[in-house]
Design a protein around this ligand. Sequence first.
Ligand SMILES: NCc1[nH]cc(CCC(=O)O)c1CC(=O)O
Length: 302
Amino acid sequence: QALMVQAQLAAAHGAGDADTAFPILGLVTTGDQITDRALLEAGGKGLFTRELDRAQLDGKAAFAVHSMKDVPTHLPDGLELACVLEREDPADILLTAAGPGTLEGLPQGALVGTASLRRQAQALHARPDLQITLLRGNVGTRLQKLKDGPIAATFLAKAGLRRLGRPEGDWPGVDFAHCLPAPAQGAIGITIRSDDDAARAALAPLNHAPTALAIAAERGVLEALDGSCRTPLAAHGVLDGGALHLTAEVLKPDGTQRWRMEDTRTGIGTVKAARAYGLSLGQRLRDEGGPAVEAILAGSGS
Ligand SMILES: NCc1[nH]cc(CCC(=O)O)c1CC(=O)O
């Protein structure tokens, strides 16, 4: 993803040698290192961003390239989101050893591997008979585990697979009726130091305004609903002409209940207005769900 941004920056600014003009500082985050249940227990918040934030605040890096779904709603003081690239297809893919899967098509009682509470809850909501087990690791490891058994299927974001150049990235995604994506899934964002006007100006040509508005609304939903990063929730916004369609949902981790709400608004022209729209839809969902949803948000809803 950093290479994509480097190439786009070099092209936008006519830099002959991208590596000289925009050298890449590779960093490993805590989230990259934790490969077991501890990732869920840790709560997730900022696990994929902390080291990058530090490098920026220390002046070691001007830009940080993030999968926006891993970025907490509140950035540390001194940093801001300056640019969002055009989003890829935000859908999830259900991988099976035999090819693209559907939730309807899995055998009775099939074992599904995931580390995502959202995907767990969505799978169980559609198919209460399924069994869920923890599965992490890179795509190759996961595919091998599917071949070895007993895990029948796992979910992965289509966008991630496409960026890795994997053929599975072109498989059809799981229907949003079952698997609404995580807020900002499929979108790449770039943060800068708020005082770095040169960095802000350099990124301006890369920004894709419709994606920026959609993910601001989705992240508004997240802000209204999630304190912990351990809530099964999803949000998806689409700009259609002048209208921003937004869908949001919260589920019980065991899938037995789901609250979903949709709205459409016109005239949302700024990131600030999009965030406010998301916040209000998230709050309405919260009001509708009442004590059952509050219990889930407090982490006691399972
Ligand atoms: N922490 C998981 C994560 N964060 C970003 C992506 C790739 C998709 C994206 O950039 O939204 C993934 C993998 C996945 O969900 O399959």
